[in-house]
Design a protein around this ligand. Structure first.
Ligand code: SIN
Length: 358
């Protein structure tokens, strides 16, 4: 819940939204075992106190606690709440930039969600939305949270001529577009940005701005934020040795709207799934094919021909592809309601086929 009335804050400021995570975590024995901790224990106001001393006094910060959770419990209704808050804050002329402190476990899902639903507004309004978090709890020796928070505040408040508005993530002094964020290690300090397949991970430095501008240019408008109760039901299934036809048949009869299939290698699916997947596709269930490797690209028709209606996810991982598919299904539904003949494939392609930033 909000700890401050935003409307009462008219002075220009950076808004810091707290959602929880390890950055707000507390370890019971920080010196002996910093990885035994509970996430989402410290309020965002207290996190800001840890960095206040090094923030220029003329930079005003306003904090709002949206939630304080372990992000493995991230819900669709919280995503809606975060998205609506970001949209409203972007429209608030007093808000110069926004930082979100978030658990790293699902930060890539929130990153893709925000970039697809708020990225264009942020770009048009010339404001930066910056996600950050930490791998060590707030009371651990050498905790990485304060530095990450500081980096995110700097990036959110960097004068615009150095970089366009948009949705970003900052970890360990590095920055990437939020949609490219990926957690690739369970414990390493820079896990949230490691090996991100399509990310030009660089030090916070205007020298790579050309690539960012190229990506931003292909977005024409933000996708609608699904409101509570509107999120389509989409699950992720992984292809593996001994995969069974019954698994696909089971989900085909479940009332689900879409499946993200995390295939082997370049997104290959077990032969046993072929016939039931044709059946599932014929029922209108949306299918996305991605790779369970966690890195690299899944191209269309590789390694075998895709089923009709099944789309390859490009460089986006299974958890991000799931959010992208939910947004695409919802956007197609909204478009059809106003007579626009657009499909979920049109919207998914727009999210997944962005050029890589180099
Ligand atoms: C979480 O995702 O909330 C816990 C793990 C983390 O932030 O690194």
């Amino acid at each position: 819940m909000s700890s401050i009335d935003l409307k009462a804050t008219q002075a220009p400021h950076i808004l810091v939204l707290g959602v929880g995570g390890t950055i707000a975590g507390i370890a019971s024995e920080p010196d002996n075992n910093p990885l035994q901790y509970r996430a989402g224990q410290v309020g965002v106001e207290d996190l800001l106190k840890q960095v206040q001393a090094v923030i220029p006094s003329e930079l005003k910060l306003v904090s709002v606690q949206l939630a304080n959770i372990d992000s493995r419990n991230l819900s669709e209704s919280l995503l809606t709440q975060i998205g609506n808050s970001i949209k409203a804050s972007l429209d608030d002329i007093a808000v110069q930039g926004i930082v979100i402190t978030h658990g790293t476990d699902t930060i890539e899902e929130t990153g893709l969600f925000l970039q697809a639903t708020c990225g264009k507004a942020a770009e048009k309004l010339g404001k930066r939305v910056v996600l950050t978090g930490a791998m060590l709890p707030s009371n651990a020796p050498g905790a990485d949270g304060p530095n990450n928070l500081l980096g995110a505040i700097r990036w959110a408040s960097t004068p615009l001529e150095n970089c366009p508005g948009g949705v970003y993530a900052v970890f360990s002094g590095k920055v990437c577009m939020a949609k490219d964020l990926a957690k690739r290690h369970s414990t390493a300090l820079n896990a949230p940005l490691m090996d991100s397949p399509a990310s030009p991970i660089g030090l916070i430095n205007p020298s790579w701005l050309f690539g960012v501008k190229a990506v931003e240019a292909v977005w024409s408008e933000d996708l609608p934020i699904p409101q509570e109760g509107e999120w389509p039901w989409v699950e992720i299934l992984m292809s593996h040795a001994g995969a069974r036809a019954e698994t696909i048949a089971h989900w085909g009869g479940s009332g689900i709207s879409g499946l993200v299939l995390a295939g082997t290698g370049m997104g290959g699916l077990h032969e046993a799934w072929k016939t039931p997947l044709v059946e599932v596709a014929s029922k209108g269930i949306a299918l996305i094919r991605t790779s369970r490797t966690g890195s690299g690209i899944t191209d269309s028709d590789t390694p075998e021909k895709d089923l009709s209606g099944c789309m390859a996810a490009g460089s986006i991982s299974a958890p991000r592809a799931r959010i992208a598919l939910q947004l695409a299904l919802n956007a197609a539904k909204q478009a059809n309601l106003v007579g626009k003949p657009l499909t979920w494939q049109d919207f998914f392609a727009r999210i997944a086929d962005l050029p890589e930033i180099r």
